[in-house]
Design a binder for this molecule. Structure first.
Ligand code: ATP
Ligand code: MG
Length: 582
């Protein structure tokens, strides 16, 4: 591609709208343009990157036996009502764009395709003989994100590869799930990314049925906890660990003590001169179910521990049936309760409201502990479950695991923390959608059974930007060769020098003929500007037809290291071919 003939505009200054390096660089280097909130145009260089990622993805998906298709983006509300997701996806914090057609029928713009694919499966899959089956597509998705940000990282329109598999047994699902795990590892490795596969939260379904693929980068929105031996890695939303040991309680007698103005655990620990590990902390949460029912949950946890709100939400979603609901639409510590609860002094046995009472495992084994007295200015010390106050009926794991704690699989391993960008998510869905939408097949024994499903998402456009987030320097982007828009940028320092132009034209022809993708900077610009641009856009190799032409050589500069070699003209192709192979 000749730059003189293309739309190529780079910016000197960092655009004000961008916060993280990859977003700034993609805007500055002319890869993307913002058109509206969370909506971007992929300019020609970006589109080449996306096509390369797409191609790698397609090859790895096809190799597993999955089949590509293309599903509609415009989806009728009826199928979303069938799955029960229309309201949660379009109302309140729902992420689906919805619209009315001229006949006043409701439609949604696909944020994901479980409903569409399950409808197809329901119509077309009859017998176990048709299974297993895995269909995937690569397509633009729409999500009305509350906070679109960081460019392509969290867009409202973005490209995703999504696949859905159907099975007649859990073993078969596991086989495909494992094949997808491997396919995702292959894709990310081929794209030149450093990543980690981690256990992920699978919502209220629970189980070990979900893994995320995290590209490691400081700007990542997710926190990962992992052990050095490589045997454990999880999203902090899901992570477990051994809490640090409990101190001995100095209290042997139950007593009510005055604790004026100590409304935090730290203040309490200091006031009583005790370790927070012997305190039972009681936190009040308000949850609103999708049926409109609002409940208050009293959550008890060891004083030094934090509540993991994702885990808490999953526990409360399990109770949805009690409230004619399917899920929770809001969960928070209420800021204004409108009554005079003894905040800061709450205990698990607080009376008055119809509380849901939960206790985290960390607080269950405590003895002679300190707990709020449900009265402003007072705590109980030396308290014991059952003897002094009833153990809450729901014993759960809702503790937030932290870096520095011991790993469960091997207490000698201390968990470490890293930040990551979620680029992929694989999920054992089971019969969640097939059952509710009536997508059944006939088994070998002639039984009518719901299809067992898996789903596998890969954020193609997010992945592209995460490659930049992982690889740049002060001068610009440094693309991994496999997904760079071009392999080589050929820079003519002076286009008015006929010898330089001649050699460059010849090289350009040869490079193209040998399959080396080349961007030809034949613009009538100062050499310095061209070199700056070449660095900014991050093409792996730069060829310069400069002074060394006198010795029959061109300069070959590696973007990553900045190393400069003088290469005889006749050897350029062979040398580049061998470099691009590594
Ligand atoms: P997140 O937790 O980041 O909101 P998600 O868990 O909702 O993502 P999935 O439904 O698992 O996302 O979608 C599959 C993949 O699509 C994600 O792993 C991610 O790479 C990508 N993705 C999701 N939302 C966006 C978005 N708003 N912009 C760009 N890519 C996205
Ligand atoms: Mg996800």
């Amino acid at each position: 591609m000749r730059l003189s003939e293309s739309l190529f505009v780079t910016l000197r200054e960092d655009p004000a709208e961008a916060e993280i390096p990859s977003h700034k660089l993609l805007l500055r280097a002319g890869y993307i343009r913002r058109i509206g909130s969370g909506v971007y145009a992929y300019l020609p260089l970006m589109w080449r990157v996306l096509k390369k990622i797409t191609q790698i993805t397609r090859e790895e998906m096809d190799a597993t036996g999955a089949m590509e298709c293309l599903l509609p983006q415009l989806q009728p509300s009826e199928i979303w009502r069938e799955s029960g997701r229309w309201d949660t996806y379009t109302k309140a914090e729902g992420i689906m764009f919805s619209l009315l057609d001229r006949q006043d029928r409701q439609w949604g713009l696909g944020p994901t395709h479980e409903e569409v694919i399950t409808t197809i499966a329901k119509d077309l899959i009859r017998s176990y003989r048709q299974l297993p089956l895995h269909l995937y597509q690569i397509q633009t998705k729409f999500r009305d994100e509350i906070r679109p940000r960081f460019g392509l990282m969290r867009g409202r329109e973005f490209i995703m590869k999504d696949g859905y598999s159907f099975h007649s047994s859990h073993e078969s699902l596991l086989e495909t799930y494992k094949a997808m795990d491997q396919a995702y590892r292959n894709i990310l490795t081929r794209c030149g990314l450093s990543f980690r596969a981690v256990e992920a939260d699978s919502g209220a379904i629970g189980g070990s049925g979900s893994q995320e693929f995290m590209v490691l980068a400081d700007a990542g929105e997710d926190e990962i906890l992992y052990s050095e031996d490589g045997l454990y890695a999880a999203n902090v939303e899901k992570a477990v660990s051994l809490a640090n040991p409990v101190s001995d309680s100095p209290f042997t007698q139950k007593a009510k003590v005055a604790t004026p103005n100590v409304e935090t655990i730290d203040a309490l620990a200091q006031f009583l001169q005790i370790s927070p590990t012997i305190v039972v902390k009681t936190v009040l949460y308000e949850a609103i179910y999708d049926s409109g029912v609002k409940i208050l949950a009293l959550v008890c946890i060891r004083g030094d521990q934090l509540v993991n709100e994702v885990k808490l939400q999953n526990e409360l979603v399990k109770l949805s049936g009690n409230y004619q609901a399917k899920t929770i639409i809001s969960l928070k510590v209420p800021d204004n309760l409108g009554n005079d609860l003894p905040l800061g002094y709450l205990g698990p046995d607080l009376q008055g409201e119809n509380f849901i009472r939960l206790v985290d495992q960390s607080a269950v084994s405590l003895k002679d502990f300190v707990v709020g007295a449900n009265e402003k200015g007072f705590h109980i010390v030396g308290a014991n479950w059952q003897k002094d106050l009833p153990l809450p009926s729901l014993v759960v794991d809702i503790r937030k695991a932290l870096a520095g704690e011991r790993a469960i699989h091997d207490p000698k391993q201390i968990l470490m923390s890293a930040r990551g960008i979620e680029v992929g998510h694989i999920f054992q869905l089971g019969i969640k959608y097939s059952q509710i939408m009536g997508a059944n097949y006939t088994s070998e024994n002639g039984e009518d059974l719901p299809l067992i499903m898996g789903c596998y998402g890969l954020g193609v456009s997010r992945l592209a930007q995460s490659a930049v987030e992982q690889s740049y320097d002060k001068n610009g982007i440094i693309w991994p060769s496999a997904i760079a828009p071009y392999h080589v940028v050929l820079v003519v320092p002076n286009v008015n020098d006929p010898e330089q132009m001649n050699v460059a034209e010849g090289l350009y022809r040869e490079l193209n003929q040998s399959g080396i993708e080349t961007l030809f900077d034949d613009r009538d610009e100062r050499a310095g500007v061209k070199f700056k641009d070449a660095e900014l856009i991050g093409i792996p190799y730069r060829l310069v037809t400069g002074k060394s032409l006198q010795e029959g050589k061109v300069e070959l500069v590696e973007r990553k290291s900045g190393n400069v070699e003088k290469v005889p003209l006749l050897e350029v192709i062979a040398i580049l071919q061998s470099k691009l192979k590594d």
